[in-house]
Design a protein around this ligand. Structure first.
Ligand code: NAD
Length: 366
């Protein structure tokens, strides 16, 4: 058995190298080195909050890929991005010209950063244009759409990955190791929550069921569900959920706060919650020989972790840079990402079952 203090040098170097690769521009020792001299071109589709605040800047830290193109419906944004990131006119598309990307050899990967209801269509069109695809979370409106996306990308002979940046984050990777390898013994309980207090536009797509699929559960709860899955390394079989609405005038169409109990094979039951009305970001695990966990657990503004030995000593990294570099490397090596479409589907099956449980008031199989 290996405790945190005995955490192997190889593991530590691995986590450190991810950080260094993401943070140090031009670091030739990057773990994710692709073909020497050839960075893959990424085109971002949808230049909203996440592309502007995170993905565009993160692509200035990547080793294996670069920001080659954009797809936007707003000419003013196109001009601004073109100037800021030196993107040539020939690599700028709008939603009408999107499919012409197939003729553009500069673009290897299309990253779909749109409202959830558009994920399926643009992922499939991107693959049909011959490009590899990263699609943001939640993968789609429901598990059925996820299956269609996986099948279409496979048929096109391309790779699909979901924007699950935490799988490349050192504290999170350590939690996976501690839980799955039972470093502190069998896991006895898991409690996790993710949410924020919604203060945005009351007319935004996030509050419209047709565009978002749901509320706090789809947007934030997906992380708590996944956190439980990657701590245990198991797939849940059933779920019982209940919801609470304190601001029904705002959350007319989508869920505000949901609490659930997730059942795993062998009878283990975890607790989880999601919200658009509470600031939560934690994952607490109790194992036979001690407690470990994360808090903040799911954001990109800094992750902290603890074990019975104390605080985890890992660096903060540019998660999205590590995530995109890894996918570019997968494309070069023609291998599946550690967060393929199937990983998005697994989470959406749980989400679908939680919504079914809210409807039926009963435990639902996943
Ligand atoms: P946003 O509303 O800020 O941006 C959405 C973009 O889509 C805008 O540029 C908008 O112009 C464009 N768009 C195109 N057609 C549209 C239409 N018909 N209606 C509305 N917008 C349209 O949203 P965001 O916060 O950038 O989220 C985009 C995706 O990224 C979502 O799937 C979200 O869950 C995901 N996201 C992921 C993370 C993460 O940490 N991985 C963080 C934030 C957002």
């Amino acid at each position: 058995m290996k405790t945190f203090n005995e955490f192997s040098r190889r593991d530590f170097l691995r986590a450190g190298a991810i950080a260094a690769g993401a943070l140090a521009l031009g670091n030739p020792l990057s773990l994710f080195a692709a073909k020497p001299g050839k960075k893959l071109g990424i085109a971002l589709v949808g230049l909203g909050y996440y592309s502007t605040g995170q993905l565009g800047p993160a692509l200035q830290h990547t080793q294996n890929c670069y920001l080659a193109g954009i797809v936007t419906g707003h000419p003013a944004k196109a001009a601004e991005w073109s100037k800021r990131y030196n993107i040539p006119q020939k690599n700028i598309y709008n939603y009408e010209t999107f499919d012409q990307i197939k003729n553009n050899p500069d673009i290897d990967i299309i990253y779909v950063v749109l409202p959830v209801s558009m994920h399926k269509e643009y992922t499939i069109r991107a693959a049909q244009a011959g490009k590899h695809v990263i699609c943001e979370k939640p993968m789609a409106l429901n598990a059925g759409e996820c299956r269609d996306m996986i099948a279409a990308v496979k048929k096109a002979g391309r790779l699909l990955s979901i924007g699950y940046r935490l799988h490349f984050e050192p504290h999170t990777m350590e939690i996976m190791r501690l839980g799955q390898k039972q470093i502190y013994g069998k896991v006895k309980s898991i409690d996790t929550g993710n949410g924020f207090t919604y203060r945005g536009d009351p007319n935004a797509w996030r509050l419209k069921k047709a565009m978002a699929g749901g509320g706090g559960l789809m947007d934030m709860g997906i992380y708590s569900i996944q956190g439980t899955r990657y701590t245990l390394g198991l797939e849940p079989i059933a779920v019982k959920a209940r919801q609470e609405k304190t601001r029904p005038e705002l959350f007319k169409e989508v869920d505000e706060t949901i609490y659930w109990e997730l059942e795993f094979p062998g009878g283990f039951v975890s607790t989880g919650k999601s919200s658009y009305n509470n600031d939560w970001s934690y994952l607490h695990v109790e194992a036979e020989r001690g407690k470990f966990g994360l808090g903040p657990a799911f954001g990109y503004g800094g992750i902290d972790g603890y074990t019975p030995e104390g605080q985890m000593p890992f660096p903060q990294i540019v998660q999205q840079a590590a995530q995109m570099d890894d996918f570019a490397n997968c494309v070069v090596q023609n291998k599946q990402s550690r967060v393929p479409g199937e990983e998005g589907l697994k989470d959406m099956k749980v989400v679908d079952a939680i919504y079914r449980s809210l409807e039926s008031g009963k435990k639902e199989n996943i």
